[in-house]
Design a protein around this ligand. Structure first.
Ligand SMILES: Cc1ncc(COP(=O)(O)O)c(C=O)c1O
Length: 424
């Protein structure tokens, strides 16, 4: 038995005083110092450096350089930013490129993977995967003439997926295993090494969605021998709303596959304007059309911050904060009819903690509207507390638990309608 951590505010302050990442908090805009932002797993906060960079991009690069900007660093931006992303996902150079949305990148790689294993009829995923991933998968199956079966391994506890059940579902008929590394609702962290190993033992390919793990949990794509990966940059990477996503293809597979979108920027020589498509070498062939340059360039300063902090320190603090929140949950919130919607073991957790309550939706509304706490809500009853180690403090976590307790004890949520807002 481990001794519970103290639940008083002074203890949170002491943890903050010992935090070696605390200086990064001031790198971010805190427009309202009283607001506790715990939704970095949906949309990361704005770094000051991004403001500076965007001002320069708009005023000097777009404003003055105009079309010349493409030869002054814009054209290389997808690869340059990909190289920075590569360092965060454990990939050697020339295997990551920044482009398109996560859903579009999933489409490109699912089609490419199924083509590479065209003799196999099965695809394995799980019931906890992000809906867009499952929809894109179903769309790919439809596009290919309904020749594949998708097996979604079920969860027995709505939080996690049993590793033995997952491995048992992968066999010689499996073309592709595609999963979210960290589950969007519960924060469950899959065992990437074990699942990738199992898939390769039977000749299947693996495609990981890193949207909820990149910038929050350690990722070792090369070491695990992963085939393909995608991820977004607007969550823990703080790239901004709708920021472009990225994709990874293991180097030895790059020559074996093509993108199903034969756009001009994926051509070997786009500016010869040939009428026949010839794919570019390496990762460039996965580009499609002109990148949204303003959004793409906004990702870069945020990545530099991540690289400065270092993934090891970020993960260390993420586990510290999320474990502390669970301690406070046990002491303050479990007695108020909350249940934990995330794994207790830190090794099985990403960087958000879900807490469940029958009145979760209205509690979340009250937190946002009158308690200055900003988490998000996922059906049917999950309040997700997203923990971003670069700007969240132990005091934030203490305040979050405390204010949730106040909402429930004082029944402040009863004034809110059950009717959901468009975005929850
Ligand atoms: C795990 C996961 N995958 C995919 C997506 C969708 O990404 P996009 O909107 O960039 O296509 C999300 C969005 O939140 C997500 O959480």
């Amino acid at each position: 038995m481990t001794t519970p951590l103290p639940t008083n505010y002074e203890y949170a302050q002491a943890l903050d005083a010992a935090d070696n990442l605390s200086r990064f908090r001031n790198e971010f805009v805190h427009a309202d110092e009283d607001l506790i932002y715990v939704d970095g797993n949906s949309l990361g906060q704005l770094p000051f450096r991004t403001i500076e960079r965007m001002q320069a991009v708009i005023a000097q690069e777009w404003g003055q350089a105009l079309i010349r900007g493409w030869n002054m660093g814009w054209y290389e931006a997808p690869s340059r930013i990909g190289a920075k992303l590569a360092q965060l996902v454990g990939a050697a150079e020339n295997q990551v490129i920044a482009c398109d949305s996560t859903s579009v990148n999933l489409f490109k790689l699912i089609i490419a993977a199924l083509k590479l294993r065209s003799d196999r009829p099965c695809i394995v995923s799980d019931t906890l995967n992000f809906p867009s991933d499952l929809y894109v998968l179903q769309g790919c199956v439809d596009l290919l003439g309904q020749r594949h079966q998708v097996h979604q391994v079920p969860s027995t506890d709505t939080i996690s997926i049993d590793i033995d059940a997952m491995c048992a579902a992968i066999d010689e008929t499996t073309a592709l295993v595609t999963l979210s590394h960290v589950v969007f609702k519960s924060g469950f962290l899959h065992d990437m090494a074990a699942i990738t190993k199992r898939a390769h033992e039977v000749g299947a390919l693996v495609l990981w969605d890193l949207s909820h793990s990149v910038g929050a949990a350690p990722i070792e794509l090369d070491r695990c021998g992963v085939d393909f990966a995608v991820g977004c940059s607007y969550k823990y990477l703080n790239g901004g709303p709708g920021a472009p996503a990225f994709l990874y293809v293991r180097r030895d597979l790059q020559d074996q596959i093509t993108s199903p979108i034969w756009g001009w920027l994926g051509h070997q020589t786009p500016f010869t304007f040939d009428t026949d498509y010839e794919p570019a070498e390496g990762m460039s062939k996965f580009l499609s059309g002109t990148p949204p340059m303003l959004s793409l360039l906004a990702v870069e300063p945020a990545l530099d911050l991540m690289l400065e902090a270092g993934m090891e320190s970020i993960r260390h603090k993420s586990v510290g904060l999320s474990s502390y929140f669970i301690e406070l949950f046990d002491a303050m919130l479990a007695p108020l009819n909350f249940t934990l919607g995330s794994p207790r073991a830190a090794a099985q957790r990403g960087s958000h903690v879900s807490i469940r309550h029958p009145e979760g939706y209205r509690i979340n509304r009250a937190l946002i509207d009158e308690m200055q706490v900003l988490p998000d809500f996922r059906e049917p009853d999950n309040i997700r507390v997203g923990i971003a180690p670069l700007y969240n403090s132990y005091s934030d976590i203490w305040e979050t638990a405390q204010r949730i307790r106040t909402v429930v004890e004082e029944e402040r949520y009863v004034h809110y309608p059950e009717q959901r807002l468009s975005v929850t």
